[in-house]
Design a protein around this ligand. Structure first.
Ligand code: GRG
Length: 283
C-alpha cells in the first residue's frame, strides 16, 4: 500500500471513529451535566488525537478478515477511551503536571483537578460498557454463542493491558523509580506504560475478528514490538533518555522489522498494519 492509500484509509477510519464519538458523547445541556463531567470528557476525547489505538484495532481485524461494522467500531473506540483517560490522569499535578495536551490546555487546567479525575474515571468505565455493548449487539445480530466468549476475552485483554500488569504498572514504575538508565530498563518501562495498551489493541482487533491461535500470537508480537518502537520514536523526538539514544535509534529499526515480520502469515489485507509500522521509521 502506498503512502497515499494509507492516508486515505486513515482518513476514512478516523472519520468513522470520530463520528461515533460525536454521536455517543453528545453535548449535554449544562443543567443536565452536574460538575461539567460530560463537558470535560468531550473536551479531551474530541481533541485532535491521532486515534492510533482504535486504528490498530480496526487494522488488526481487517487483516484477519473482519470489516469495520458498527460493533467493531464501538470496540475500537473503547480502546481510545482508555487511552484518553490515561492522558488526562497522566497530566494531573500529582503525575506529570502538564499544561498542554493535544494542542490545548490540559483537562485539569480547564475543569479543575477533581473534575479531570472524574472525567478520566468515567472514560475508563465507559470503555468497558462499550465493549460489552459491542458484544451484545454482535450476539443479537449473529446468534453465534461464541461471540460472547470472544468479547469476554477482549474485555480481559483490554483490562490486562490497561491495568496493574500493563499501563498502570508502567506509570507506577515511572513515578516510583529513578529514570531508567540502561536500554533494557527503558524498554521495560516502554513495554508497560505504552506497549501494553498497543498490544491490547491488536488483541482486541484480532480476537473480535475470530483470529486463529497463530494469527492472534502474530498480532500480539506485532503489538508488543510496535508499542516499544513507538515509544522509542517518541523519545527520540522529545530527546528523552539521552544516554541510550543511539541504541534506541537502532532498536527502533529492529523492532519495526520484528513487527513487520510478525505479519508474514497475513495477506494484502494486513497492508494498513504494515504501512502503520513502516511509518514509525519513515516518519
Ligand atoms: C495515568 C494510568 C496512567 C497512565 C499514564 C499513557 C500514559 C500512562 C501516559 C501518557 C504520557 C506519555 C507520554 C506516554 C507515552 C505514550 C505516548 C507517547 C502517548 C501519547 O500517545 P499518542 O501520541 O497521543 O498516540 P494522541 O494524542 O495522538 O492520541
Amino acid at each position: 500500500m502506498s503512502d497515499f492509500e494509507l492516508e486515505s484509509w486513515l482518513r476514512t477510519r478516523r472519520a468513522e471513529i470520530d463520528a461515533l464519538f460525536a454521536a455517543r458523547l453528545a453535548i449535554v445541556p449544562p443543567a443536565e451535566d452536574p460538575g461539567r463531567l460530560v463537558e470535560a470528557m468531550r473536551y479531551s476525547l474530541l481533541a485532535p488525537g491521532k486515534r492510533l489505538r482504535p486504528l490498530l484495532v480496526l487494522a488488526a481485524a481487517e487483516a484477519v478478515g473482519r470489516e469495520p461494522d458498527e460493533p467493531l467500531l464501538l470496540a475500537a473506540a473503547a480502546v481510545e477511551l482508555v487511552h484518553c483517560y490515561s492522558l488526562i490522569h497522566d497530566d494531573l499535578p500529582a503525575m506529570d503536571d502538564d499544561d498542554v495536551r493535544r494542542g490545548q490546555p490540559t483537562n485539569h487546567k480547564v475543569f479543575g483537578e477533581a473534575t479531570a479525575i472524574l472525567a478520566g474515571d468515567a472514560l475508563l468505565t465507559l470503555a468497558f460498557a462499550w465493549l460489552a455493548e459491542a458484544g451484545a449487539a454482535t450476539l443479537a445480530a449473529t446468534g453465534d454463542p461464541l461471540v460472547a466468549k470472544r468479547h469476554l476475552r477482549a474485555v480481559a485483554a483490554l483490562a490486562k493491558g490497561a491495568g496493574m500488569s500493563g499501563m498502570v504498572r508502567g506509570q507506577a514504575r515511572d513515578l516510583g523509580e529513578p529514570p531508567p538508565e540502561s536500554l533494557q530498563a527503558v524498554e521495560r518501562l516502554a513495554a508497560e506504560k505504552t506497549g501494553a495498551l498497543f498490544r491490547a489493541a491488536l488483541e482486541v482487533g484480532s480476537i473480535l475478528a475470530d483470529a486463529g491461535p497463530a494469527q492472534e500470537e502474530a498480532m500480539i508480537r506485532f503489538g508488543e514490538s510496535y508499542g516499544v518502537a513507538f515509544q522509542h520514536a517518541d523519545d527520540l523526538v522529545d530527546e528523552d533518555h539521552v544516554t541510550t539514544q543511539n541504541e534506541a535509534r537502532q532498536r527502533l529499526h529492529v523492532l519495526t522489522q520484528t513487527a513487520l515480520d510478525a505479519l508474514s502469515l497475513f495477506n494484502g489485507r494486513a497492508e494498513p498494519l504494515r504501512a502503520l509500522a513502516r511509518r514509525l521509521v519513515d516518519g
